[in-house]
Design a protein around this ligand. Structure first.
Ligand code: PRP
Ligand code: URA
Length: 209
């Protein structure tokens, strides 16, 4: 199995709990997804390489640690993944953003592709694929298939809520990727929705339905 980490930071746990409540408004839901995206991004970038740089403070010359400038790509799975992009970009403003458009067929629950556009140099970048929900895993598996077909290699998948079924499907199909999760839930229901979950992330984020 690939590397799977469930974040236990209290702020991430608290904000994820607020996200789940059915009375949370569209505006608050959107704000929370952005904030959790940023908090998870902060943890996820912990291992970015540093390099020594010579600078001058007002007092004297010195050597400090600065980011070595590893190139990053953020790839949201449309639509709901878009909600996590701004939080990530506030931490790594120079990152490029690719998009994978997928929706789940309501009958088969299989992902249907409608859009895919990646930064041209995707093969050189550290890639963060973001989507709030990992349910059956079909969408995440398909998105990572597309990214790998276009040369992407160094891939981390970041989601807010994951079902055990989705974690299994994703890590078995793509054992080389890292999976970062805010909360691991119990199971899927008969319509492949996560329990207890938060409902339909795209609808709650954009106020549709
Ligand atoms: C949701 C979610 C994931 C997918 C997860 O998107 O944002 O992409 O479902 O389910 P899976 O693991 O079973 O594939 P949805 O298909 O509802 O599309 P939307 O974001 O456009 O609403
Ligand atoms: N997609 C969602 O938005 N929610 C779920 O619970 C499952 C898939």
């Amino acid at each position: 199995m690939g590397k799977v980490y469930v974040f236990d930071h209290p702020l991430i746990q608290h904000k994820t709990a607020m996200l789940r409540r059915e009375e949370t408004t569209t505006k608050d839901f959107r704000d929370l997804v952005k904030e959790i995206g940023m908090l998870m991004g902060y943890e996820a970038t912990r291992d970015l390489p540093l390099k020594k740089v010579g600078i001058k403070t007002p007092m004297c010359p010195t050597e400090v640690d600065m980011l070595a400038g590893e190139d990053i790509a953020i790839v949201p799975i449309l639509r709901a993944g878009l909600g996590m992009v701004d939080g990530m970009l506030s931490l790594v403003p120079n990152a490029k953003v690719g998009h994978v458009g997928l929706y789940r067929d309501p009958e088969t629950h299989k992902p249907v592709e409608y859009y895919c556009k990646m930064p041209q140099d995707i093969e050189k970048r550290k890639i963060f694929v973001v989507d709030p929900m990992l349910a059956t895993g079909g969408s995440a598996v398909a998105a990572i298939d597309f990214i790998k077909e276009r040369g992407g290699r160094d891939i981390t998948f970041m989601c807010l809520i994951a079902a055990p079924e989705g974690i299994k499907a994703l890590t078995e199909t793509h054992p080389d990727i890292e999976v970062l999760i805010a909360a691991k839930d119990e199971r899927l229901n008969e319509n492949a929705y996560i329990l207890p979950g938060l409902g339909d992330a795209g609808d709650r984020l954009y106020g549709t339905k």
